[in-house]
Design a protein around this ligand. Structure first.
Ligand code: 5GP
Ligand code: MG
Length: 191
C-alpha cells in the first residue's frame, strides 16, 4: 500500500482474529470479576474504556465491538513521540479526564507498550481518580526494550495482542509523524 514500508509484520487478517479473541477474553474477565462483587456487567453502568488517542483509535473501534458489556468510552490523549521521533521522549497528558471514575471498572486501551511511560502515567492517574479496578489492553508489546518501573503491584498490561521485536511499526492506528494510521496491516518502515 505504501512504498515506504519495508515489510508487513502483522496482516489485517491476523489482527482481526486476535482482536476478536481479546474482546471475548476481556468481556469474560470483566463479567467474572464484577459478578463476584454482585454486579451484572452486561446491564449495570460500571465499565469505562479509556482509549489512548490517537494511536488506539482503530484498535479500540474494533475491540469494543467484541466486548459484550454495557460500557462507556472516555478518551484520553497522551503524547510520547512528538513529530519524527521514534524513541519515547516521556509521556505527557494532552487532554483532561472529564468523567467521574469513582468506583468504575476501567480498561485502558493502547496501541503499543514500549518504555511503559504511557501506561504508568495513565494507570497512576486513574488510580488517583478513584477507579475501583484498572486493567490495560495493548495490541502490541515490544520485546527487549528498557522499561520504567511498573505501577505498584501490577503489570503494565493484563491483555496483550502480539509480542513484537524492537522495531518502529506503523499502521492500524500507529503513525510516523502523523501519517500511515490508515494502513490496514501493521508494518515496519524503510529506514
Ligand atoms: P511508551 O510510553 O510505552 O514508551 O510508548 C507507548 C506509546 O509510544 C504508544 O502509545 C505509541 O503512541 C508510541 N509508540 C511506541 N512504540 C511505537 C512504534 O513502534 N510505532 C509507533 N508508531 N508508535 C510507537
Ligand atoms: Mg500513544
Amino acid at each position: 500500500m505504501f512504498p515506504e514500508l519495508e515489510r508487513i509484520l502483522i496482516s489485517k487478517e491476523k489482527i482481526a482474529e486476535r482482536v476478536a479473541q481479546m474482546g471475548a477474553e476481556i468481556g469474560a474477565d470483566f463479567a467474572n470479576r464484577l459478578h463476584a462483587e454482585g454486579v451484572d456487567a452486561r446491564s449495570e453502568d460500571s465499565v469505562v474504556i479509556v482509549p489512548i488517542m490517537a494511536g488506539a483509535m482503530i484498535f479500540t473501534a474494533d475491540l469494543i465491538r467484541h466486548i459484550p458489556l454495557k460500557l462507556r468510552l472516555e478518551l484520553l490523549a497522551v503524547s510520547s513521540y512528538p513529530g519524527t521521533a521514534t524513541r519515547s521522549k516521556g509521556a505527557a497528558l494532552m487532554s483532561e479526564l472529564k468523567a467521574d471514575l469513582t468506583g468504575k471498572h476501567v480498561l485502558i486501551v493502547d496501541d503499543i507498550l514500549d518504555s511503559g511511560r504511557t501506561l504508568r502515567l495513565v494507570r497512576d492517574l486513574l488510580h488517583e481518580r478513584g477507579a475501583a479496578s484498572i486493567r490495560a489492553a495493548v495490541l502490541l508489546d515490544k520485546q527487549g526494550v528498557d522499561r520504567v518501573p511498573p505501577p505498584d503491584g501490577h503489570e503494565f498490561a493484563e491483555h496483550v495482542g502480539f509480542e513484537i521485536p524492537d522495531a518502529f511499526v506503523v499502521g492500524y492506528g500507529l503513525d510516523y509523524d502523523g501519517c500511515y494510521r490508515n494502513l490496514p496491516d501493521i508494518g515496519v518502515l524503510r529506514t
